[in-house]
Design a protein around this ligand. Structure first.
Ligand SMILES: [Zn+2]
Length: 139
């Protein structure tokens, strides 16, 4: 799907602060997303929703999410980390490419987005993504 923004990020056509990528999964932050500051974990193939993931994709996505979550914890010591995913228009999704959100929370934050900021500049995302990549590289 040439017009899918996530497929274009996977293809490198749209810049994003990629923290991890393998054959089946990608994790990135991007200032252009609806919820900037989240780390998004997506299938590298265009799969629209949870129901359509095959077993290898399902395993790869959760493995990616767990590893990135550990790296976020090591890099930023958030008080907590929420993981969520939603399917379809009824769930307020605007990109129909399966993805999960990793959203670190700090005690001082409000109920909604607080990390790294509600509308962080691209340089801030690149800095945070770099810190996550460094932790991932430690294994
Ligand atoms: Zn796609």
């Amino acid at each position: 799907m040439g017009s899918c923004v996530f497929c274009r990020i996977v293809a490198g056509e749209i810049p994003a602060a990629v923290v991890y990528q393998d054959a089946l999964s990608i994790a990135f932050m991007d200032a252009g997303q609806v919820n900037p500051g989240h780390v998004l974990v997506a299938a590298t193939a265009h799969v629209e929703n949870l129901y359509d993931l095959d077993d290898a994709q399902a395993s790869a996505l959760l493995r990616c999410a767990v590893h990135v979550a550990r790296a976020i914890r090591a890099a930023f010591q958030p008080a907590g980390l929420s993981v969520y995913q939603a399917n379809g228009k009824a769930a307020w999704q605007t990109v129909f490419h399966y993805h999960m959100h990793l959203l670190p929370r700090h005690q001082s934050d409000g109920v909604t987005l607080g990390w790294p900021a509600k509308n962080p500049p691209r340089e801030t995302l690149a800095e945070y993504a770099g810190a996550i990549r460094r932790e991932l590289a430690k294994g």
